[in-house]
Design a protein. Sequence first.
Length: 256
Amino acid sequence: MDSEKLEIVDNSNLYGNTYLLTIKQSESISNASPGQFVMLFPSESYEPLLGRPMSIHRINNSEKTFSVLYHTIGRGTLMISKMKKSDCIKIIGPLGSPIPYNRKADNFLLIAGGIGVAPLVWFADELISSKKNVVLLIGARDKKNLFPLKKLQEEIEVEVMTDDGSEGEKGFVTDKIIDYKDWADEICLCGPEVMFESANKIINAFDNQVPAYALFEKEMACGLGICYGCAIKDKNNKARLICTKGPTFSLPEMYG
């Protein structure tokens, strides 16, 4: 897949150390689906050399833009955060596979840990537009690092958990899963892998089997399945590439 240079429409600090980068669409991006991602390149030079994989946060077809939600955690993301309106940024994408959900299901439980909220917002938007019922559980370290709830569609039912109790309830976002064991038709998560393992144990204890998927995040060099830098092991110790076979995998196939 070829790279493209696209114009930045806006790049602003949204909350904490998290930024919202809005970019003009290309034809390829306009055909993307929730769960897919792009590789963003912080520089035209070879320093840094590699792109940064980031989930597509939202697509706005009426304005012909798409957005990426990202933390500033290192040199590459810091460089991206300093880019301005009208600058051009090199991207490759869309990459990965869309979230494989059952379109006949009605009730969807989405669980976001930290920056894992990034791809789930667009997925929630799509579900709401398809007249589905959506509950979004959001976990964050504290109020300062919580995604602004006003940015969500009002039809989405939201519950918040923070580590310190500064917003919502105190605890882990997985603590709330059990409350929806008789409601959820499907479950989709994004966040740290330790959250996936915890959620899998809880969901496996449900009386009824509920399909559950997780969007994995990992550093990668190419995003095209060449470098194997994003390989993860499933329950059978088989390597799965996040960039080509994911980023979404079913919890049972990963953890049993």
